[in-house]
Design a protein around this ligand. Structure first.
Ligand code: NAD
Length: 366
């Protein structure tokens, strides 16, 4: 079992289906990690893999991470994932004229779960792709707004991260305002750029990095200092914001970090669970990414399934910060790393859901 919140928990998925698309023959792998709390939520990843088995490993790992994300966000949903493991060399073919066939295959695979799996965008798929998948199934989130969906989830994801940054400012920096803090932001993509912009408007000092020179040029807008991507992690800052790839926090990287807290949207930030202990021992507060990065699924479900109005959605996004705050408070009280507290919370929620007469969790509508 890879690192993450599900480590130490039962890891067999509730359902794993592997089939070849009727039109394209490409392997479509759908893993429903858990459905005890409700239908399994999780995006559709389309990318080339050396073997479909690698795609299956990703589907298993990512669907387990979605279980943690939904359960810790107190949503009545489980975790799932669809992976289309494109054969090597076919990516360009399925980015062009044949994409519609591939997405039709995906739509039929999703529909075959009859609502127990709900898909959405992930690496290699977009809101526009969701509109095409949506011709075959209703069980799809984040279609563009003109097609009846809630669109790109980056803005609510960034809002959830900003709420978590506030929770960390209160607890680790005695409520010091952002304008008196320095943030190191790794990755200026969809979410990272929104976070950087919001922090710059609050007067924060920023040091930023992106491997794409074009994205790095955004720094001028925010009067941010640009670091080389390989030096960003060790830049001196109060709060490090990982907003690029996962597994950047390794045992080797931790001793060189020069921040007091880490709060960001990147999924699966820790290269292994032991990194959480190392960070804790070094006095660095790490905010577990499944809690921090939940804004996208919280908002898309709230808008498209629960049909909540915008003020209620904003309240739900603010509640992500409250939830992280409670977790950090428990960590401070017990002296245990935040990851351990989150794992225990997840275990409680899933155990209750598996108990025959256990209480059913409700959607948080604070
Ligand atoms: P994105 O692909 O738009 O942006 C990622 C950026 O990171 C890119 O600009 C890329 O060039 C840059 N990058 C890659 N490697 C880097 C490195 N080593 N150093 C610096 N920059 C690097 O992705 P996104 O949608 O902004 O998501 C960012 C992270 O948040 C991802 O890990 C994603 O899985 C996670 N996340 C996103 C959402 C969402 O709604 N978009 C929701 C939950 C979690």
């Amino acid at each position: 079992m890879p690192a993450g919140l599900r480590s130490g928990l039962v890891s067999a998925p509730r359902a794993l289906r592997i089939e070849r698309g009727a039109r394209t023959g490409q392997p479509i792998i759908i893993s429903l990690d858990s459905t005890e709390l409700g239908p399994a939520l999780g995006g559709c990843r389309i990318k080339p893999y050396a073997s479909w088995r690698d795609g299956m490993d990703d589907a298993l790992r990512l669907s387990a991470a979605m279980t943690a994300k939904a359960a810790l966000a107190e949503m009545p949903y489980g975790g799932g994932k669809a992976v289309v493991a494109l054969s090597p060399g076919t990516a360009a073919h399925y980015a062009g004229a044949h994409r519609g066939d591939l997405l039709a295959d995906v739509g039929e695979a999703v529909e075959s779960f009859d609502g127990s799996y709900i898909t959405g965008p992930d690496v290699g798929t977009s809101p526009d792709d969701m509109a095409v998948i949506g011709r075959r199934t209703r069980h799809v989130l984040c279609r563009p707004q003109h097609a009846g969906g809630s669109g790109d989830s980056s803005a609510p994801t960034a809002a959830g991260v900003l709420a978590c940054i506030d929770a960390v400012r209160d607890r680790v920096f005695d409520g010091r305002p952002a304008r008196r803090l320095t943030f190191a932001i790794q990755g200026l993509g969809h979410v990272g750029a929104l976070i950087a912009g919001a922090l710059a408007r609050q007067g924060a000092s920023l040091v930023v990095a992106d491997t794409e020179p074009g994205r790095q040029r955004l720094a001028n807008r925010w009067r941010a200092r640009v670091a080389a991507p390989e030096q960003l992690l060790t830049s001196e800052a109060d709060i490090l914001v990982p907003a690029a790839l996962g597994a950047t926090l390794t045992p080797q990287a931790v001793p060189a970090l020069r921040c007091r807290a880490i709060v960001g949207p990147a999924n699966n930030q820790l290269a292994g669970d032991s990194v959480a202990d190392l960070l804790h021992a070094q006095g660095i507060t790490w905010a577990p990414d499944p809690v921090v990065s939940a804004g996208g699924i919280v908002a898309s479900v709230a808008r498209e399934i629960s049909h909540l109005a915008d003020p209620e959605v904003q309240n739900l996004l603010a509640a992500i910060g409250d939830r992280l705050g409670a977790l950090l408070d428990e960590s401070a009280r017990s002296g245990r790393p935040p990851l351990t507290v989150a794992q225990q919370r997840l275990r409680q929620v899933l155990t209750q859901a598996q108990a025959p007469a256990g209480p059913h969790p409700t959607v948080a509508t604070a």
